[in-house]
Design a protein around this ligand. Structure first.
Ligand code: C2E
Ligand code: MG
Ligand code: MG
Length: 565
């Protein structure tokens, strides 16, 4: 085989195995085809009867299952000697192995002087193969989430886009889901271990996928799946609860991962934006307390989500412009009928209209910006109290709502006290109402918060008790001063037929009393309710029967007046 390296055939071979830029998903196919073509050009000259290539790479974040591939690059059937081959093995930078094996044509036997040429041939094949692998990994990196190895958002939209382009997208439904209380999990086990939890959960999901289905992570604890239509319910069931193990300080912790899921039934004409954003919008609803954990998309959801987005975008500016104002709603002692305290409720004056909190608080809670509003309200209330005092008007205790999502933040308690102190307001004028926003009871943080407030003279209450997740069992060890009964409980007792409901409410009140806490009933609208509550030993009530929430100026008349209802 003298001078083969300088020959025209070798130049042709070299050209065939060189990689031209192409769509990265085509790299390996193009390389194999090129190598097959190239080897057929030089096989005779180099006495090659058979050549194969193995790629064996360990799994890593970009290549979860690892790669074990075998390609036959050249074969002269029945005309090579497989007992007399040559092979070379190369180690790649990611500790993979590329191995090339050749057998001579017919009964040819390579001589010592052929070796240099064979080695060169191996080198050329290896270099090209390595380039292909690197290019593929690079491409993979751009579409893979490094934490879980699932698709990232680019990967998801690329795959969804391809299915839309080939008009096969309606074989699938899209699911957008978010892990419940992942913040809490992160705080409990640390964010590094939190990443491992995401990884284990993703691994379980990947195991459950069928070919063609798409799975990815869209940042944080948000995930996306494209599932075959008739597997949708099975998939929902599967992803809804998974148990994963995390490393605790001294022993493993079992964590039940539960999720909230938005489901979208994909139509043939949908584009990739529609497929992803509709499932996402439904998931936003699944996060709301009044919805189930699995929500199926409806068209009107997109409008509402857009409004929420607008709220978040305008919130900061609105705070600076003082567009939020405090309304006060009196609380009345049921025995003496006297005004005893009031709740500060937020209103947004926007373009001359008064927007109620239900229209913007959920968006702010979701965004995590709610504490900005809560502190703004606390500041305003402190200023009003100072103002009343300076004008000789004796205030009552004012309760300010704080979203429970923030209670996990240990600095919150300090910050609340600081605001009160900076305004030189006596802390006994302030009460903090902890709103019910999260299904997870982080009892320890909550208890710490309540104790700290008490030590510093600030009362606390649990808002909206009796609905959602609150339970007496939980709060019996909590040092809160007051339990506020949700108005939904009262609605039930209005109906005289419903004796069972009445006795539930009566029992709740008596148990709370036994635990030495006060009860305030919310949403009292009728005299019958007032009578019922009074007889059930409920100390105080708040509701339209007495007063609706009102601006500061109007509330001042209640403070100045005889304070009787
Ligand atoms: P909440 O703290 O449970 O406040 C009581 C809600 O019930 C108020 O609604 C009040 O206007 C309404 N209400 C009072 N009496 C009656 C009645 O007799 N009948 C009926 N049907 N409703 C009555 P609002 O002001 O719309 O506030 C809704 C929720 O928004 C509040 O529920 C609270 O969770 C939240 N919120 C309001 N202001 C703030 C705030 O500054 N920060 C936070 N985090 N949440 C706030
Ligand atoms: Mg409240
Ligand atoms: Mg309430």
């Amino acid at each position: 085989m003298s001078d083969i390296l300088g020959s025209e055939q070798f130049k042709e071979f070299y050209k065939a195995v060189s990689i031209e830029p192409c769509d990265p998903s085509e790299y390996i196919k193009n390389f194999i085809e090129g190598a097959q073509k190239g080897l057929s050009i030089i096989s005779e000259e180099m006495h090659i009867g058979f050549c194969e290539l193995f790629i064996n790479a360990p799994s890593n974040a970009l290549d979860i299952d690892g790669t074990q591939e075998r390609y036959v690059l050249f074969e002269k059937k029945g005309n090579y000697d497989s007992t007399n081959g040559m092979r070379d093995t190369f180690v790649t930078s990611d500790f993979g192995i590329i191995q090339i094996v050749v057998y001579p044509l017919g009964d040819y036997s390579w001589k010592d002087e052929d070796e240099g040429e064979m080695e060169f041939l191996f080198r050329v094949l290896f270099d090209s193969c390595l380039k292909v692998r690197l290019a593929t990994l690079l491409k993979q990196a751009s579409i893979t989430d490094p934490v879980t190895g699932a698709c990232n958002s680019l990967g998801i939209s690329t795959q969804v886009g391809k299915l839309c382009a080939t008009k096969t997208i309606d074989k699938y439904n899209s699911l957008f889901f978010n892990i419940k209380n992942f913040n809490y999990i992160n705080q409990r086990i640390g964010s590094r271990e939190g990443d491992n939890v995401l990884k284990s959960y993703s691994f379980m999901i990947r195991e459950f996928l069928e070919k063609g289905e798409v799975f990815g992570r869209l940042g944080g604890d948000n995930f996306f799946i494209l599932v075959e239509k008739d597997r949708t319910e099975d998939m929902i069931k599967y992803i809804s609860t998974r148990r994963v193990l995390a490393n605790g300080e001294d022993k493993p912790i079992e964590l039940d991962i539960t999720v909230r899921i938005g489901v979208y039934n994909i139509k043939p004409s949908d584009n990739q934006h529609k497929v992803i954003s509709s499932a996402k919008a439904a998931c936003e609803f699944a996060k709301r307390p009044s919805y189930d954990d699995v929500v199926y998309f409806k068209d009107e959801m997109l409008d509402i989500v857009t409004v929420n987005q607008e709220v978040s975008n305008n919130f900061k500016k609105a705070l600076q412009r003082h567009e939020f104002i405090v309304f006060y709603q009196p609380k009345v002692d049921l025995n003496t009928s006297k005004l005893i305290s009031a709740e500060a409720l937020c209103r947004w004056v926007r373009n001359g209209e008064i927007v109620p909190p239900a229209e913007f608080i959920p968006a702010l809670e979701k965004e995590g910006t709610i504490s900005g509003l809560d502190f703004y309200m606390l500041g305003e209330v402190c200023e009003h109290i100072t103002d009343w005092k300076s004008r000789g008007i004796e205030p009552v205790r004012i309760s300010v709502n704080f979203s429970r999502t923030n209670i996990l933040n240990r600095k919150l308690a300090d910050k609340i006290l600081k605001v009160i102190r900076n305004h030189k307001v006596d802390p006994s004028y302030i009460e903090i109402e902890i709103t019910e926003t999260s299904g997870y009871e982080d009892f320890e943080s909550l208890a710490e918060f309540v104790d700290f407030m008490k030590e510093n003279g600030v009362q606390t209450s649990i808002d909206d008790f009796g609905t959602g997740y609150s339970s007496l069992n939980l709060i019996k060890d909590l040092n809160v001063d007051t339990i506020k009964l949700d108005k939904a409980l009262l609605e039930k007792i209005t109906d005289a037929e419903r004796n069972a409901d009445q006795s539930v409410v009566r029992n709740i009140i008596s148990m709370v009393n036994e635990l030495n806490m006060k009860v305030v009933a919310e949403g009292v609208e009728t005299d019958a309710q007032r009578e019922f509550l009074k007889n059930a030993n409920c100390q105080a009530a708040q509701g339209f029967l007495f007063d609706k929430p009102m601006p500061k100026e109007k509330f001042e008349f209640r403070l100045i007046g005889e304070r009787l209802y």
